[in-house]
Write a new protein. Structure first.
Length: 126
């Protein structure tokens, strides 16, 4: 769905530009873009935010092992990772997760995508 807003076109979200939209960048913006492309650790810690229940949106602070993983992923085309099953990673929106309702005790398996939508819809109604 492409929508026009203030003479700019975007895809669903004004922060996400539509494909093939030209943009003028300053020299500093180009340097920052190149730095982010070459240093994913810098990009994550500078631009990625997580939603904390206590503090709202906060910068993502990488731990040592995460920095090592990111470096390996960035420097090598093929990486094999031995990692525990429940370590907060998900690659596909249809990844199945098991959840328990804290109030009713009901346990069910749903996709991470459905889980996200349920949380998003719950937060919008509060």
């Amino acid at each position: 769905m492409v929508t026009t807003h203030k003479n700019k076109e975007y895809y669903l979200n004004p922060l996400i530009k539509r494909i093939n939209l030209s943009e003028d960048y300053t020299e500093d913006q180009v340097k920052e873009y190149v730095r982010c492309a070459q240093d994913p650790e810098y990009f994550i810690e500078k631009y990625v935010k997580i939603n904390s229940l206590d503090h709202g949106f906060i910068p993502f602070k990488l731990r040592g092992y995460q920095k090592g993983l990111i470096k390996s992923f960035h420097e090598h085309r093929k990486v094999v990772l031995l990692s525990p099953r429940q370590s907060g990673k998900c690659f596909f929106i249809n990844t199945m997760v098991t959840v328990r309702n804290k109030i009713t005790g009901e346990i069910k398996d749903i996709t991470i995508g459905d889980f996200y939508e349920n949380i998003k819809n719950r937060d919008q109604t509060m």
